[in-house]
Design a protein around this ligand. Structure first.
Ligand code: ARG
Length: 569
């Protein structure tokens, strides 16, 4: 919680009997420009209970209010009570706080150890791990980090699509055209090629479809040959996935894919039956959701096999029992909105109150040069190609601009991967993204490399000044940071914690992305306008303190997005 807004709210609450500081806190706004103060309290909604014009209320409050020494004045303008910071005092407080708290800056115990399950990434084995899954992976991973920073215990779950009819197809293709070596070397691409090959061949020879179905039935019945191929395909894929996750800096606490629930669904189906929720329709079994304006939720097919929804219901019940989550988030694109709405309703109808703690966090689709990404025919941009492409591109740039750099390879990975993640997280999640090679790797403007470069630039100033960040206690005199440009940097540090909380409340990491781009831009303005390594020791120490603080917060912000901050680039 923003401590300054809290101070304002408490001060106002002292003057207003009928309103609590919490209510007032929520009403406080950020004025559009600094002439109107740094925070503003609108008095319009008090007009009725006070039987007075908002401007009169604001004026009375302005006279009475007891200001804390972080504020210079409170002024009534147009029905608002506007608060103006004592810039010098604010600068000193904020910089000291960042320097002391470092990577724990803006952390909190808000979560109080409550458990948040985050179900993310979840690609389908033997189908492409494409840039569409990148969104789920990076948004989920960032939320994991953000919630953790705010005191929650996060459990990251990879609900892999490791069961389903695609395995029947891949087994047929492998037996006809497969090659063991290939699957071992490049499982993701190798299995995808088999999957695509199957679809080409089955168009000419529809009997293959029946064969594939047979193999899947054999899997479901526990046939040894079918299961051992399946297990092998899965293990090879998971190994390769883990390499990609490692490159992306993504961590999962559990790899419990759909197959994990194979032996856990029957009790759930029984329970649904006991609770009188099941209906039969043409041999299939479903939960009628007509009263809720939704199509029925199918839980068992005619042939007795279960469905995606059955596994999701079972998984949710299992997770509640195992982790006792306060919230369970699901990251998929919005084409699955109905799927989640349906089975969340089923869980509610089963009488589980915690169904309201299940939350689908949808995001927009990724199109590639205007077309939807699909797996059958092969218009896919594989995630691995994107990442490797980015790393190659960065390597070229480094060779051109800074060939003397140490750790070239490590830096190229950090910057290339950072560019990909940042590009994704700078879009409001619900928007569709058109993926193009050019914008993903752009190094100008509001991009990951720009923020990383700003961080490295701050580091280079500190090296020039011979300052050991961790071990230096500068004398901070906020009076040197009262000008507009410096103050803007200070304000962005001050509101950094609000951005994190807002990002968490809305499950929207792009709020944080935007904030650190703004911070990087203001810092670059500061750097341009104010020489740092000046003679005057007092000025120099204060400006260096700001440089350290900005560097620290950029690094923290990047890390909450899942991006590294190299010292040099
Ligand atoms: N494997 C699914 C897909 O690629 C996503 C799974 C999301 N998680 C879940 N519990 N349904 O579309």
């Amino acid at each position: 919680m923003n401590q300054f807004k809290k101070m304002i709210a408490e001060n106002i609450a002292e003057e207003l009997e009928n309103f609590t500081a919490e209510e007032i806190f929520d009403w406080i706004e950020n004025p559009p420009n600094s002439d109107l103060g740094d925070y503003a309290f609108p008095c319009f909604r008090l007009a009725k209970s006070f039987r007075k014009a908002p401007q009169a209320i604001a004026s009375e409050l302005a006279d009475k209010i007891n200001l804390n020494d972080h504020f210079l004045k409170a002024e009534a303008i147009g029905g608002y009570l506007n608060f103006y910071f004592n810039r010098s005092k604010l600068a000193k407080t904020i910089l000291s706080k960042v320097l002391e708290e470092k990577e724990n800056f803006a952390s909190s115990n808000l979560g109080d150890g409550k458990v948040i399950c985050i179900d993310f990434s979840a690609p389908n084995i033997a189908k492409p791990f494409h840039v569409g899954h990148l969104r789920s992976t990076v948004i989920g991973s960032s939320l994991y980090k953000i919630y953790t920073h705010l005191g929650y215990e996060c459990i990251g779950i990879n609900h892999l699509g490791d069961w389903g009819t695609q395995f029947g197809k891949v087994i047929v293709a492998y037996k006809n055209w497969g090659n063991e070596e290939r699957v071992r070397q490049e499982p993701i691409q190798g299995l995808l090629d088999l999957y695509v090959k199957f679809h080409e061949e089955s168009e000419k020879n529809p009997a293959l479809e029946d064969e594939a179905r047979d193999w899947f039935v054999r899997m479901e019945k526990g046939d040894e040959e079918a299961l051992s191929l399946w297990k092998w395909f899965s293990n090879e894929t998971i190994n390769e996935l883990q390499k990609i996750y490692k490159l992306l800096g993504v961590h999962f606490d559990h790899y419990t894919g759909e197959s994990f629930y194979n032996d856990k669904m029957q009790p759930v189906l029984d329970d649904l039956k006991t609770k009188n929720l099941l209906k039969e329709s043409e041999g299939a079994i479903l939960v009628d959701l007509e009263p809720y304006g939704m199509p029925p939720c199918l839980v068992q097919k005619k042939d007795g096999s279960t469905l995606y929804a059955t596994r999701d219901i079972t998984a949710a019940i299992y997770r509640k029992k195992t982790f006792d989550f306060a919230k369970c988030l699901y990251l998929t694109d919005y084409s699955q909105n109905l799927h989640f709405a349906q089975w969340f309703k089923v869980v509610e109808l089963m009488g589980y109150e915690w169904s309201q703690d299940l939350e689908h966090v949808p995001f927009g689709r990724v199109t590639h040069e205007g077309r939807r990404i699909q797996s059958r025919k092969g218009t896919v941009v594989l995630l691995e190609d994107v990442i490797n492409g980015a790393i190659e591109k960065v390597t070229e740039i480094i060779e051109e601009k800074n060939p003397e750099l140490d750790n070239k390879e490590e830096t190229a990975i950090a910057v290339g991967v950072g560019a990909v993640i940042f590009n994704d997280l700078s879009h409001n999640r619900i928007k569709d993204i058109s993926f193009s090679w050019d914008t993903a790797f752009s190094f100008d403007g509001e991009t990951g490399p720009y923020v990383q470069y700003t961080h490295a630039r701050a580091g280079s100033v500190l090296r020039k000044a011979n300052v050991q960040e961790d071990n230096w206690h500068p004398e901070i005199n906020g009076a040197y940071l009262e000008d507009e440009v410096s103050n803007q940097v200070i304000r962005q540090l001050e509101t950094f914690g609000d951005a994190i909380q807002d990002a968490m409340n809305k499950n929207e990491p792009s709020i944080l992305t935007r904030h650190i781009v703004d911070l990087a831009q203001s810092f670059n303005r500061f750097y341009h306008d104010h020489p740092i390594l000046v003679e005057d020791v007092a000025v120099r120490e204060t400006r260096l303190a700001l440089v350290i603080a900005v560097k620290e917060v950029l690094k923290l912000g990047l890390s909450l997005l899942g991006i590294k901050a190299p010292e040099r680039m």
